[in-house]
Design a protein around this ligand. Structure first.
Ligand SMILES: [Zn+2]
Length: 283
């Protein structure tokens, strides 16, 4: 009987090693680097909470990776990361594993903005709807391979706030979740691409102000908002650290700052956690 228990533990330990998630504690809003060891696999298919996982080979040639995450507004509790390895010869191997989504402890805040941003009139609504349609189009396409290399780096040299995930009440009326990170960047602070990618949007939007969206491939984007100046154009390939514009106070703001967001598929992730991921060894 004791032997059977030990054997059982051995099986689950081997499974746990095949698929690892970093960070290991998975919270609502966490980006997650999923690493899979699947010797002999020719490809992997995956899905997590209704989102497709697209895997690529790491630079060591051994492991497969997907850069994914859990939306900041996601419910907590058990989930299953579904992974099926396609083996040479046509067989498939189930590498799925259970992952608990832990609650993250985000704050609740209030702030006041100009009334036109809370109760937009018909003219403003037309602009907002056009922006929504444009963003939907932008997020419908992504590069079919990762365009990033190594670690993501902060877009500005300015103090970051821990405002990600804050539930906000605007003028006591409109509630929303703050889906990005605010940097206390003075007007005109240089804003850089956090990693390499393609600029898929570079224009003024109603709420976001002057906005730059970079596609880093496989459904991962970074968004820089409220810029005073845009220095890149749509379709341009950028490298990590390249100047993309200057920070400012355009759009819905209470003052100059950089709002920086990280999106994977339709999920918004904590930028601070993406910056802490060690990706230099991955690709
Ligand atoms: Zn913000």
């Amino acid at each position: 009987m004791a032997w059977a228990v030990v054997a059982g533990c051995g099986v689950s330990a081997a499974r746990a090693q095949a698929v690892t998630l970093t960070p290991a504690v998975v919270e609502a809003g966490s980006p997650e680097l999923i690493r899979v060891e699947a010797p002999g696999a020719t490809g992997l298919d995956g899905e997590w909470m209704g989102k497709e996982l697209v895997f690529f080979r790491g630079k060591d040639g051994r492991a497969w990776y997907a850069l994914a995450g859990v939306d900041v507004g996601s419910s907590t509790g058990p989930s299953t990361v579904e992974i099926h390895a396609r083996m040479a010869g046509g067989a498939t191997k189930d590498l799925s594993r259970a992952v608990e989504i832990e609650p993250a402890h985000y704050r609740t805040g209030t702030l006041s903005v100009e009334p036109k941003f809370v109760e937009p009139g018909p003219d403003e609504l037309k602009v907002i709807w056009a922006d929504e349609a444009l963003k939907a189009q932008v997020f419908a396409h992504t590069a079919t391979e990762p365009l990033w290399t190594g670690d993501f780096r902060a877009p500005v040299r300015a103090a970051a706030t821990d405002s990600f995930g804050t539930r906000r009440v605007f003028n006591g009326e409109l509630a929303s979740i703050h889906k990005g990170m605010d940097f206390r960047a003075a007007m005109g602070t240089p804003v850089h691409a956090a990693n390499s990618g393609v600029v898929v949007l570079a224009r003024k939007l109603y709420y976001e102000g002057n906005c730059v969206i970079i596609d880093h491939g496989l459904g991962l984007w970074t968004l820089s908002m409220h810029l005073s100046r845009i220095d890149v154009h749509e379709g341009e390939h950028v490298t990590g650290g390249q100047l993309i514009g200057l920070s400012g106070a355009t759009g819905r703001v209470t003052g100059p700052h950089l709002h920086w967001a990280v999106r994977w598929e339709s999920a918004y992730l904590d930028p601070a956690k993406l910056l802490r991921l060690n990706l230099d060894a991955v690709r």
